[in-house]
Design a protein around this ligand. Structure first.
Ligand code: GRE
Ligand code: ZN
Length: 327
């Protein structure tokens, strides 16, 4: 289909090159990723043109500002990354790119202020964080269900913009389950475990009872959450611990979450996600440059869903959610 809008597409700012995780991929793949993260006009736009991608919603790649333990440095790198994204992508090609703000949640109030600046002054359409933020040192992190983050969430809700919860890997000191199995770290597996659990922490903290209009976006066809929802609810109902929520857990996924196809181009999983949360809450994403646009598009353009759902997932849902004007 033409006119696709892709939701989880990355760049790296000058400062954030220091925060790229080692991927252990083949050299030719690493080169494609390194070039793709920096470039706009040479590879990215022609690649979009060749595959019917009208717009990318662009974000600072992992680990980004999240891994910087110094809160003031993290805040500075976030605002510089946002300025760079605004200048190099959005200002030069306003019909092709929109920005997600990098937010240094090491300081929730400063992150809220930066998000507001990015939305109101730079025209950005939401926030994206690469998982938990380090606090103070490389061995300490905080997830965003903690009470100290409520002022940030309040601002997100007031601004009415979505928050993309993107993966990162676990702290070096908390990887026992991966000992001797580097192949399970990173995007292959550990990213999804981190992100799915983080999303559940947000739900069971009662965040969405407090802010019912808050919208979270997660990628990779739901990070493995969707097939486990029935079991989670069943055992959650038996448990003597945990806060009582106003709704079943899966209902928050339907009311407060959108799920994208980034890096998970598999039709049975897509059909499962559509069956559980509905085609109105699924959106197309590639995960450029980590994934190949060609592969994502060959799959998406021909996968066995209705043409109506393809239009919704490929374009219309994103257009509505992010208030993108039709080109
Ligand atoms: C991704 O978004 O898929 C990704 C990163 C960082 C490293 C590897 C990776 O953001 O796949
Ligand atoms: Zn990604």
């Amino acid at each position: 289909m033409i006119g696709k809008i892709a939701l989880e597409e990355h760049f790296v700012s000058e400062d954030a090159k220091a925060y790229l995780p080692a991927l252990g991929v083949r050299p030719e793949v690493q080169k494609r990723i390194d070039d793709g993260l920096v470039d706009v006009e040479q590879y990215r736009l022609p690649d979009m043109d060749a595959h019917g991608v009208e717009m990318q919603l662009v974000s600072l790649t992992a680990d980004g500002v999240q891994i910087e333990p110094d809160r003031d440095k993290a805040a500075m790198i976030a605002s510089r990354a946002n300025d760079e994204l605004a200048e190099r992508f959005v200002a030069r090609h306003p019909t092709r790119f929109a920005g997600f703000a990098a937010v240094a949640l090491q300081d929730p109030k400063a992150a809220a202020d930066e998000l507001e600046r990015a939305v109101k002054q730079l025209g950005f359409v939401g926030a994206l964080a690469n998982g938990f933020s380090n606090i103070g040192d490389l061995d300490t992190g905080e997830y965003y269900d903690l009470r100290k983050f409520l002022p940030f969430w309040e601002r997100v809700a007031d601004l009415g913009v979505p928050f993309y919860l993107h993966p990162r890997g676990p702290l070096d000191s908390q990887q026992m389950i991966y000992d001797g199995h580097k192949e399970l770290l990173g995007p292959a597996w550990a990213f999804g475990v981190e992100t799915a659990t983080h999303a559940l922490r947000l739900i069971t903290s009662g965040l969405f009872d407090r802010f019912p209009k808050l919208t979270i976006v997660i990628g990779h066809l739901g990070e493995g959450l969707i097939p486990m929802m029935w079991r989670f609810q069943n055992r959650f109902d038996y448990a003597s611990f945990g806060r009582r929520l106003q709704k079943p857990v899966a209902q928050y996924l339907k009311d407060n979450f959108y799920i994208t196809t980034s890096g998970n181009f598999h039709t049975p999983t897509l059909l499962n996600v559509i069956a559980e949360i509905g085609a109105d809450r699924v959106m197309f994403a590639i995960d450029y440059p980590y994934e190949r646009t060609e592969q994502a598009v060959e799959w998406f353009d021909h996968c066995a869903i209705s043409e109506e759902d393809r239009q919704k997932i490929g374009r219309l849902n994103a257009q509505r959610l992010f208030k993108l004007s039709p080109a």
